[in-house]
Design a binder for this molecule. Sequence first.
Ligand SMILES: [Mn+2]
Length: 419
Amino acid sequence: MRLLHSADWHLGKSLFGKKRDTEHEAFLRWLTAEVRREQVDVLLIAGDVFDTTTPPHRAQELYYQFLMGLQGTSVHHVVVVGGNHDSAAFLEAPGPLLKILNIHVTALYTEPANEVLVLLDSEGLPEAVVGAVPYLRERDLRLQESGETVTEKEELLKAAVAEHYAQVVSAAQQARLAAEQKAQREVPLILTGHLFTSGGVTAEGDGVRELYVGTLGHVGPAIFAGADYTALGHLHVPQEVGSPLVRYSGSPLPMGFGEAGQQKSVCLVNFQGRSAQVSLLKVPTFQKLLSLRGDLPTLLTALTELRLTGESVWLELLYDGLAATGTLREDLERAAGTGAEGSPLEILRVRNLGLTKRVLQDSPEISLDDLTPIEVFERCLEANQTPESQRAVLRRLYQEILTTVEESGLGQASPHDAV
Ligand SMILES: [Mn+2]
């Protein structure tokens, strides 16, 4: 049985105002070709199919066209679980129709046992058991009690996530026993998750949101014990967590300039009975991103040289000179030839680090675009001279508000694409 594991597509995402549909379309075309070439049986998408809870029409079109394009390939099951960016209800709405095509969607919170899928091969015999656990929202897992300390809250939440997984694994193991009897062979148990596992790595500007506030909310990989392979989503850097068989496939596209140049991949998992062997399929770069940093002469020289290569590049420019420059953006645009016919360069973002540094000290003039919401909040704490002892609680409450806003879809209006 051959499984392909991917996650964090974030269809519909744009980067500082630039739409990424063309890259997503190229990725999905590449993925379909890989699925054919590698004779994949089961495709698993571990959450964050879409970037927002109300994806644009083009993003939905890409998703459904891709699923349709799998018909007639070797793939006979697709498993999709919801991520924290997805609207669980939106993702599951076409579920009954998709089920007819052997596309299984779990996103809404349900009883752990309902998340267990038994996938059948072309002869009608079980070939895999999947504990298809979606992103678990705090409000679904437990009642909020007033008067809990931050630490108590986090401990209870971690315990609730662990308990959910324990129940899914237990139900899946029972299903596996029955499946193995029926198939008269070993049947692998695959687990999914969309969460931050402790020990995981993120890159700056990769758009990964804190889920439950504070690193204490990170669960340990021990909760996946019992699975033959664990397919994770949420972290955008491809990585294994404690074992080669517990993996984040990572996002197929670099989600921000902090990830520019990072090799992206999807996981191909080859099962012989219950034993899994993982290899990574490298995702090509569909649009080059580059972040350049320096004073004005350095940036201008780099842009002029880059322009001559003719390669299409989307740029982030970090100006760290100290000279006040009223025409920074214009000077950079001119050197890059943006807007000029045939120029391969596009400047998506200019950050004046010197200005940010000066402003953070005392000046009130700063573009919100230069700050993350957390940084703005930190400045408020500073400005109000909030006692150190109260800050941890206030940060947690603020993070809760941010999460609520993001999950409701209202966060889209944020000028910060990376949040
Ligand atoms: Mn994601």
